[in-house]
Design a protein around this ligand. Structure first.
Ligand code: C2E
Ligand code: MG
Ligand code: MG
Length: 373
């Protein structure tokens, strides 16, 4: 801390998990960023607590005296607003205050209350993106992707409201709605004679802090859907807080017959030692490794390694965000099993996706474009 605060400074606990640092001794604002970055790096180093390795991370909002404000209370409000924005950017981030943040905070508050109302008023809907077997061109799965049909804003993509839902806890009722809707849609498909396509739902880490197994059981009972048609997509970050409990919940979901996918694989923090104990069926190669797959040998090496890792652990490899024929070719040669991306299809409404499924459309790259329209 002394490193960070220069000649003198002060740290105080400010709220439940909030700390305020008053740091003096900087001769210019440009020195503050690197000092905070070094502090965050130091803080995120694992340490041992009662025989277990634990990691803590922090997010930092920075307000500068006298540039941003000249009163203590306003500086704290500014730092707090900047801290909220740093959280949106992810773990271990920091942000300097910008006056626009107060306006954006108000906008976020509005969006939060509108989303709360939107969930109750049934303004959410699910779109489905096909997942295609690379060998046969058949649609073997659908990823359910939530959209919000706002009465005046129109169709809002999840990137604009999922982070707010995550921060406010609204993600729990939202996630339960998604689960129920996906199960009901699966049942509708079954009645139409489509009974072998799996539906993937994205499940937030916060849903594991509640009773995800209970919510799943309820959705299954209410809809009468066969559990093996449900695919729960989680990200590596789900394992960070309480891996033992999450593994226990996943084991229970698996015992119900549910399929588990590890989404955005390779971008998170989890260690490979968890993967060993982790009951996943599919590894989803993240889009960030697919984007330059055909041009960047390092991305090709990573994709190959993830696919080989999946296979050697008895899992299926799925690559997401496949947009170009050249990426598809690399993945095919790497023996990837399933592909998902705009080369085959974007996410579609339930009615549109059902048309493809009933026709038995093959989504091979050469006719994928025609099928998506
Ligand atoms: P994700 O689970 O990794 O979903 C894949 C995202 O990549 C989707 O964006 C999809 O439309 C997009 N995508 C698929 N193929 C391509 C492609 O070829 N190129 C490009 N550029 N993008 C492609 P979307 O629908 O905007 O969802 C974004 C994220 O929002 C999802 O990432 C997921 O993390 C979250 N999300 C979506 N629905 C839900 C939900 O029901 N619950 C939760 N907790 N999160 C959700
Ligand atoms: Mg996903
Ligand atoms: Mg993903």
């Amino acid at each position: 801390m002394t490193e960070m605060t220069g000649s003198d400074g002060m740290v105080a606990r400010f709220g439940g998990d909030e700390f305020a640092v008053i740091a003096n001794g900087f001769s210019s604002e440009t020195e503050v960023g690197p000092a905070v970055a070094a502090f965050l790096r130091q803080l995120s180093r694992p340490f041992t607590l009662m025989g277990r390795e634990v990691t803590v991370t922090a997010n930092v909002g920075i307000a500068v005296y006298p540039k941003h404000s000249t009163t203590a209370s306003e500086l704290l409000l500014d730092a707090s607003a900047a801290m909220m924005f740093s959280k949106v950017a992810g773990r271990s981030q920091f942000r300097f205050f910008d006056p626009i943040m107060h306006r954006q905070s108000e906008e976020r508050l509005t969006l939060e209350s509108e989303l709360r109302r939107g969930i109750d008023r049934d303004e959410l809907l699910l779109h489905y993106q096909p997942q295609v077997d690379i060998r046969t061109g058949r649609i073997v799965g659908l990823e359910a992707l939530v959209r919000w049909l706002h009465p005046t804003r129109g169709l809002v993509p999840p990137g604009q409201f999922i982070p707010i839902a995550e921060q406010t806890g609204l993600i729990v009722p939202l996630g339960e709605w998604v689960l129920r809707r996906a199960c009901m849609d699966l049942k509708r498909m079954e009645k139409m004679g489509i009974d072998s396509v799996r539906v993937g739902v994205n499940v937030s880490p916060h849903q594991f802090e509640r009773d995800i197994v209970g919510a799943m059981r309820q959705a299954l009972t209410d809809s009468g859907v066969t559990p093996h048609l449900i695919d729960v997509e989680i990200t590596e970050s789900t394992l960070i807080n309480d891996p033992e409990r999450v593994i226990e919940d996943l084991t229970q979901l698996k015992a119900l017959g549910i399929h588990i996918s590890l989404d955005d694989f390779g971008t998170g923090f989890s260690s490979l030692s968890y993967l060993k104990r982790f009951p996943a069926d599919t590894l989803k190669v993240d889009r960030s490794f697919v984007i330059e797959l055909a041009e960047n040998p390092k991305d090709e090496a990573i994709a190959n390694a993830i696919i080989a890792l999946a296979h050697s652990m008895g899992m299926t490899a799925l690559a997401e965000g496949v947009e170009e024929m050249a990426q598809y070719e690399v993945l095919r040669l790497a023996d990837c099993d399933v592909v998902q991306g705009y080369l085959f299809s974007t996410a579609m409404s339930f009615d549109d996706v059902v048309v493809h499924l009933q026709r038995g459309t093959l989504l091979l790259p050469e006719n994928a474009e025609a099928a998506a329209h």
